[in-house]
Write a protein that binds this ligand. Structure first.
Ligand SMILES: N[C@@H](CCC(=O)N[C@@H](CS)C(=O)NCC(=O)O)C(=O)O
Length: 209
């Protein structure tokens, strides 16, 4: 498989971690988001959505949208599981993951920040914007997860944990105050102690600069 990825992309990180945890061999194809390669004609032919990740299966099938790809991986390669079987427990894990994937990430995406800047907002205002949505989203996320498990919902990292690790990377990058989120910081530390997740982190990527 080929994974189109950018080293600092949190949506790519989710996929890299899932592929590593499930032991699925893949080649990383870097897409330089800062240079705008996601908008090139060649990449638009892979993903018309102009974002990473995209996963190309061995038969050439292209999958896009990180949460849809994670759903595919979980269905076809269920071990180790990222979601519980019980329907209610599964809905709870997905809700926490979506708190980050649907409520934080889209409003803080590079193209949104670039749009704010082009409309005249300063870099400080853009950073305050991102930190506002992260603080609000992390507050909800922390209330949605369990309080008594090593990871968000169980003894092993799952879908919510993989979304959390990337978003906390971004939070640190932009100076978001994590003092109210001690439980999240602790889970993140535990996640990064797992080799499959450590290998998915931005600085471990071939295109890291
Ligand atoms: N909802 C999509 C979002 C994909 C996306 O936009 N990823 C970001 C990187 S984390 C990106 O490529 N941004 C490019 C841009 O904003 O121009 C997903 O989950 O795959």
């Amino acid at each position: 498989m080929k994974l189109y990825s950018y080293w600092r992309s949190t949506t790519s990180l989710r996929l890299r971690a899932a592929l590593n945890l499930k032991g699925l061999a893949h080649e990383i194809v870097p897409v330089d988001l800062v240079a705008g390669d996601q908008r090139s004609e060649a990449y638009r032919a892979v993903n018309p959505g102009q974002g990473v990740p995209a996963l190309v299966l061995d038969d050439g099938t292209v999958l896009t949208q990180s949460m849809a790809i994670l759903d595919y991986l979980e269905t076809v390669h269920p071990q180790p599981p990222l979601l519980p079987q019980d329907p209610v427990a599964r809905a709870h894990v997905k809700a926490a993951a979506d708190q980050i994937a649907l409520d934080i990430h889209p409003v803080n995406n590079l193209k949104v920040i670039n749009r704010l800047r082009s409309m005249g907002h300063s870099q400080d205002e853009a950073v305050a914007w991102m930190n506002h949505w992260m603080t609000e989203g992390f507050t909800a996320f922390q209330a949605l997860i369990r309080a008594d498990t090593p990871f968000c919902f169980s003894d092993a990292p799952g879908l919510a944990d993989l979304c959390l690790v990337g978003q906390l990377y971004n939070a640190r990058r932009w100076g978001c105050d994590l003092a109210p989120f001690a439980r999240l910081v602790e889970i993140d530390r535990r996640c990064q102690g797992i080799d499959a997740i450590a290998r998915a982190m931005p600085e471990a990527q071939p295109d890291a600069t």
